[in-house]
Design a binder for this molecule. Structure first.
Ligand SMILES: Cc1cc2nc3c(=O)[nH]c(=O)nc-3n(C[C@H](O)[C@H](O)[C@H](O)COP(=O)(O)OP(=O)(O)OC[C@H]3O[C@@H](n4cnc5c(N)ncnc54)[C@H](O)[C@@H]3O)c2cc1C
Length: 377
């Protein structure tokens, strides 16, 4: 199947990547996004792109642009203790017959702009401020109703509307929801110091601090803090609270805390949520991708990578099968175990960081995931 109309609900990383892959395969593709424009849904911090994300982006023609504006690193990462003593090297993996680096970092707005430009270039229509209110499956099509009362009919709907997906309730029921894992991520952009040439992790007494290069001169600091979901911190207090969390760190984290995290710093705090939906990830002509079916906490930097891979694999499955049911079934078959490994390992790292999984080998688990991710999708 290479013709037909596809409506992608959600213009995030997964939705845009899927739209490009499907358009390249021959489909007529429209993306509807509830926010008003390309920038309104993207907070301004950075994103880790592991080698498998770059491979999937290469397939849709976006890898080079990401590496041109970002920071392609020659190794995945290194780990240090809270005093700043070196513990372990994590070189990362290579992909056979490919010269992609083990890691690239860039800002989220940059990634969004690259995906949006590419989508438009290949002929994807993107509509902003479009909120669907209902989906109605006919025999061979789906009718979508929008909040302004307009309707439209298409052959396939892709639910790419993220962790709080509304499309999910039409496929898997409204009861299936992500769960808060007990950690939230503080992030703040800082100048890229020379030693931040890969992911730098520093294991603190109460949480993991780390650094990610996201441009020649830009990096971000993150800190995974154990906290209640209900705890609310006013934006103006976030720099102070972050500095308090980092108070016992020496080494790079201590230096960055003292030199760069000021009361004026823009600190972002996001809850970490996880979900892996049982197969199948479709019903009739509606299929789910990305965080809507596998919400991944940031511990391995793989959430967006998996959403991009979903798009590439979905396009391959639809091209291979003339029957939509067969295509969607193969899609979940190819994706489920890979995504589950990432969700489960990310959760285990979070548990270990919170002191609930003593003896867990974070480095071995990360190396294992990186090796599996380098395998073909
Ligand atoms: C703190 C943190 C750090 C992370 N860091 C990384 C990282 O470094 N690397 C990585 O690979 N992953 C990372 N992730 C995960 C990554 O951000 C997600 O996995 C990824 O964004 C999922 O893509 P998606 O397209 O499925 O969902 P999203 O990117 O959330 O996109 C969903 C889109 O759908 C739109 N939408 C929602 N509802 C509707 C509706 N009803 N109608 C129309 N549009 C709608 C939203 O506005 C949004 O644009 C991180 C996650 C967190 C929480």
């Amino acid at each position: 199947m290479t013709t037909g109309t596809v409506l992608v609900i959600g213009g995030g990383i997964g939705g845009l990547s899927t739209a490009i892959a499907l358009r390249n395969a021959g489909f007529t593709v429209t993306v509807v996004e509830k926010h008003a424009d390309v920038h309104s849904s993207v907070y301004g911090v950075g994103i880790i792109q592991p080698i498998n994300a770059l491979r999937a982006l290469e397939t849709i023609g976006c890898a080079e642009a990401c590496m041109a504006v970002g920071y392609p690193a020659t190794a995945w990462g290194s780990m240090y203790d809270a005093e700043g003593n070196f513990l372990f090297a994590m070189p990362g993996t290579q992909i056979e017959d490919s010269d992609l680096p083990p890691l690239n970092g860039l800002t989220r707005p940059q990634l969004h702009e690259i995906l949006t430009n590419r989508a438009r270039q290949v002929g994807v229509a993107i509509r902003y401020s479009a909120v669907f209110t209902d989906l109605d499956q006919g025999g061979d099509d789906v009718t979508v109703t929008y909040s302004d009362g307009a309707t439209e009919t298409c052959d396939i709907v892709v639910g790419a509307d993220g962790v709080r997906s509304q499309v999910r309730s039409h496929v898997l029921g409204a009861e299936l929801q992500p769960r808060y894992i007990g950690q939230s991520a503080f992030r703040v952009n800082i100048p890229r110091l020379p030693e931040i040439d890969r992911i730098i992790l520093q294991e603190g007494p109460d949480g993991m601090a780390g650094f990610v290069p996201i441009g020649p001169d830009l990096a971000y600091l993150f800190y995974n803090a154990q906290m209640e979901r209900s705890e609310r911190i006013p934006d103006a207090d976030l720099p102070r609270v972050l500095r308090e969390h980092l108070s016992s760190f020496e080494g790079l984290t201590g230096r960055v805390r003292d030199e760069f995290i000021t009361d004026d710093s823009v600190v972002v705090l996001r809850p970490e949520e996880a979900l892996i939906a049982d197969a199948p990830w479709h019903r009739g002509r509606i299929v789910l991708i990305g965080d809507a079916v596998h919400a991944i906490t940031p511990h391995l930097g793989q959430g967006a990578a998996q959403a991009i891979e979903d798009g590439v694999v979905l396009a391959e499955c639809l091209v291979k099968h003339s029957d939509v049911e067969a295509a969607f079934t193969e899609f979940t078959d190819r994706r489920f175990e890979r995504c589950k490994l990432i969700v489960d390992t990310s959760l285990a790292i979070g548990e270990w960081e919170m002191g609930r999984l003593p003896g867990f080998d974070n480095v071995a688990a990360t190396n294992h995931v990186l090796a599996v991710m380098a395998q073909p999708i």
